[in-house]
Design a protein around this ligand. Sequence first.
Ligand code: ZN
Length: 163
Amino acid sequence: MAGLEDLYREIILDHYRSPRNRGELPVPPAHKAEGFNPLCGDEVVVYLDVDPETETVRNIKIAGQGCSISQASTSMMSSAVKGKTLDEVRKLTRAFKALMSIHESKLEGEGDGSELERELEGVRLGDLEALQGVVKFPVRIKCATLAWNTLQQGLDEVERAPA
Ligand code: ZN
């Protein structure tokens, strides 16, 4: 029987080889955010089209290059947030970051995971769960969170922009 780690590896490789939502959107009306992880050389570009009326991510496209973790994570992020409200996106971002950080503190013998459970309550991570193995390699956590930090940066800029 294939272990969970093999399954996770398959999911990550699938997103890396066939990234979802790859491409560009015209700027404007879309907003472009770029992120860089100098530790690994990963680049992530996110094109965001947010509908101000419904506060929904109407469309998202991704570009960039880097290691399999960073690019798979970006692909997963894009399919996870597409069509979601900004509120849901914020929840998902918190849940994913909790997944990355709580496991880390667990490995260091701190925390009991209850904060993770709180953040994850009612949030379905789907394929994103495949990235939880990354926390065993602390240097790769920045690869996994780069997509989400770039998304966050893009959303902040969208919200600050005059309507
Ligand atoms: Zn990387």
